[in-house]
Design a protein around this ligand. Structure first.
Ligand code: NAP
Length: 236
């Protein structure tokens, strides 16, 4: 069976792809990104995840090579080094920021699910996972701020639960889960790492190894939930 990583050009996405190739656990590893840049040992495919025609073409190419046992959405956005910045107050909210952040963090994973869930086997175990974030937890939100990012991840978590319910009806071995990767040293977190305690900043390779361990241990009873890098459930 095959594995697919969407967002293989990102810090965590690349580390996940490399780890999966090294594991040898899958017949093929597809690496999907906007640039289509190759990773040795992976089959590179190109798509902007907001372009449904491109996603359809990618799904067709993947489907022709057999069923998908693992699909991980590792794309996402927090800031753009320019006008898009996580909001400290409701006064800083803007329509443009909400539209960009929801498009990448919520709508893109939804479109990927639309085209990838049908490729996952009906009977055997399969995992559809999307990188979410602990800050998307509504009940665990004690700090506030980061309005668009938090809301986009909370909405993503809700969609994952919806897909779990729907998949359980058609594919009893299917697991849909959100994953919090920890605070990881990537382009996404770099501008916001100053408050991270010593030893709490993971390399992408560390985080990828933890996340793949968590994925391996998930069962259909876990479907619809969000888990952190340590396998602990992140409350909704
Ligand atoms: N790093 C952390 O500490 C941390 C903590 C909690 C959650 N997360 C989550 O983990 C995930 C991965 O983050 P990361 O740290 O690895 O970030 P990253 O290095 O910035 O990677 C982000 C990835 O998203 C891709 N992407 C963005 N918009 C896209 C689009 N429209 N179409 C296709 N690809 C698109 C980027 O592609 P390009 O290369 O083409 O730009 C890149 O591959 C995100 O969902 C993030 O929210 C990260």
């Amino acid at each position: 069976m095959n594995a697919v990583i969407f967002g293989s050009s990102g810090g965590i996405g690349r580390a996940l792809t490399e780890n999966l190739i090294q594991s040898g656990a899958y017949s093929r590893v597809f690496a999907v990104s906007r640039s289509g840049d190759g990773i040795e040992g992976a089959t590179a495919l190109t798509a902007d995840f907001l372009d449904e025609t491109a996603l359809e073409a990618v799904a067709q190419a993947i489907g022709e090579k057999g069923p998908v046992a693992l699909c991980i959405v590792a794309s996402g956005i927090l800031s753009d080094g320019d006008t898009l910045q996580p909001e400290k107050s409701y006064r800083h909210q803007s329509r443009a920021a909400f539209e960009t952040v929801f498009a990448v963090n919520t709508i893109a994973p939804a479109l990927i699910a639309k085209h990838m869930l049908p490729l996952m086997p009906k009977k055997e175990r399969s995992v559809f996972a999307a990188l979410s974030a602990r800050v998307g937890s509504i009940s665990d939100n004690r700090l506030g701020g980061w309005h668009a990012y938090r809301a986009s991840k909370a909405a993503l978590n809700l969609l994952i639960r919806n897909y779990a319910i729907e998949q359980a009806r058609r594919a009893p071995g299917s697991i849909c889960a959100g994953l919090h990767p920890g605070t990881v040293d990537t382009g996404l977190s770099r501008p916001f790492q100053s408050g991270v305690p010593d030893g709490k900043l993971f390399t992408p390779q560390q985080s990828a190894a933890y996340l793949l361990g968590v994925i391996d241990r998930l069962t259909p009873e876990d479907s619809g939930k969000c888990f952190d890098w340590n396998g602990q459930e992140v409350p909704a």
